[in-house]
Design a binder for this molecule. Structure first.
Ligand code: SF4
Length: 447
């Protein structure tokens, strides 16, 4: 609804989406349910009767951001305008967090396992009749239609929920529950729908994508699933995220190396490379086997672009362990890398450990890794100048220039490329790179 639209009797609702791509997909489905139930979606919360805040809450910083946004929404409530604030998402499911105490004035909290009630809750908190929700039994978070929130040309494809791994720093399994793989046919049908709606790139996500199939079929079936997704007409790129190192199979490596639609690109959060630190984190591969796996990926998958995330300052990371990590970052040269300071979450074993690294040291270590990585990433960007690289055009052009991404970059977290003379948006084609600006590139469409 634009702000000049005439009044309507239909319930007006807005949604604020926070957090990771997995949450974004949930938000897209929530919006799909709203449209399905004939609600009016307002881009601006102040134009709505109800606002749903789809929160993130797995780390203290995310909790803080979510609470800040909820308070901001509560402050918008006024007679005749916004009437209710509904809190959904991960924070709503995190144990030990008292949301009404942190953000007085909210009207309802709907955890993930109650999402099928969300439309009903919105109606009730706005003082409307609950409507015909009694017969509304659709499993909203797995089967609902999606209203895309991503730019044209790409979409996230969530293949599972939850996680079975025991990482000693992570709250996600307690929020999201055990791993549940979506049925293969359901995923393929969704991929086909997305392709028919103009999606060229599918970004495959889940808390742990590599575990796919183990819970339902007793074996790792990610490679098989990706092979089948590659057969969906209209899809050109498949990008795999959130691979858990211990479950990267030979079959998956072969598929990455095959040169098909699965891009030779992998997001595999290794968290650390020091063996004692990984043991404390309860990461089963440990240091030597993590390094061996990374080496194998480099060797077997020609030109692979590797993205990882690291955690610095976890209990057990002394000067020597940190130096080992810093050296590894310098030598291995991940093309893409994110680094977090350890966040001591009280509901995790490492969060309760009594040998915490001081916050100041954690910050210094993060800065040291980022500084090292910046040199690597800038050099990587400079090395692309003069090359012709397939790119996805994400935006309409403004004065002949569009924003896009090379295949070497993931949406939102990696660099971008400004493309001159792209014919349209939502298309993939060759771009000659003409300049590097820090992490980002400039180029010209030659398709
Ligand atoms: S694999 Fe990821 S989501 Fe699962 S417990 Fe470890 S860090 Fe958390």
């Amino acid at each position: 609804m634009d702000r000049g639209s005439p009044p309507t009797d239909r319930l007006r609702v807005s949604l604020v989406s926070l957090g990771c791509p997995k949450n974004l997909v949930d938000s897209e489905r929530v919006l799909g349910a709203f449209v399905d139930r004939d609600l009016v979606i307002c881009p601006h919360p102040e134009d709505a009767e109800v606002v749903v805040v789809n929160t993130c809450g797995f780390l203290a910083a995310a909790v803080e951001e979510s609470v800040g946004k909820i308070r901001e929404m509560v402050a918008l409530k006024r007679p005749g305008g916004l009437r209710a604030v509904v809190v959904a998402g991960c924070l709503a499911g995190r144990k030990g967090i008292d949301i009404p105490a942190l953000a007085p004035g909210i009207d309802a909290v709907v955890p993930l396992d109650r999402y099928d009630d969300l439309v009903k809750v919105c109606r009730e908190t706005a003082g409307r009749s609950p409507g015909g929700e009694a017969d509304y039994r659709r499993d909203l978070l797995t089967r609902g239609e999606r209203i895309p929130l991503t730019p044209k040309g790409y979409a996230y494809l969530k293949i599972s929920e939850g996680c079975n791994n025991p990482c000693a720093f992570c709250t996600i399994p307690s929020i999201k529950g055990r791993h549940v793989s979506r049925p293969e046919e359901e995923i393929l049908a969704e991929a086909a729908t997305l392709a028919a709606n103009g999606t060229r790139e599918l970004v495959v996500i889940g808390q742990d994508t590599t575990f796919y199939g183990r819970d339902t079929a007793g074996e790792f079936r990610l490679a098989r699933l990706l092979g089948r997704i590659a057969e969906v007409p209209g899809i050109d790129w498949i990008r795999l995220m959130y691979a858990y190192p211990a479950y990267v199979t030979e079959e998956l490596i072969d598929l990455l190396a095959a040169g098909g639609k699965l891009l030779p690109w992998l997001d595999m959060p290794v968290q650390h490379v020091s063996d004692p630190v990984l043991r404390r984190m309860k990461r089963p591969l440990g240091g030597p086997r993590t390094r061996a796996l990374l080496g194998k990926l480099r060797e077997r998958v020609g030109g692979i672009v590797l993205r990882t995330t690291l955690i610095v300052g976890a209990p057990g990371e002394g000067e020597a362990e940190f130096a080992e990590l810093l050296d590894f970052v310098r030598e291995f040269r991940f093309e893409r890398l994110g680094v977090f300071t350890f966040s001591p979450e009280p509901d995790t074993p490492l969060g309760r450990a009594d040998d915490q690294v001081p916050e100041k040291v954690r910050q210094e270590r993060r800065a040291a890794i980022m500084e090292r990585q910046q040199e690597i990433a800038f050099a990587d960007a400079r090395a692309q100048v003069g090359r012709t690289i397939p790119c996805l055009v994400e935006t309409k052009h403004r004065r002949g220039v569009s924003d896009g991404r090379t295949w070497r970059d993931a949406p939102e977290i990696d660099g971008a490329i400004r493309i001159r003379k792209a014919p349209a948006h939502g298309v993939i084609g060759p771009v000659r790179v003409t300049a590097a600006k820090g992490y980002d590139l400039e180029g010209e469409w030659i398709g």
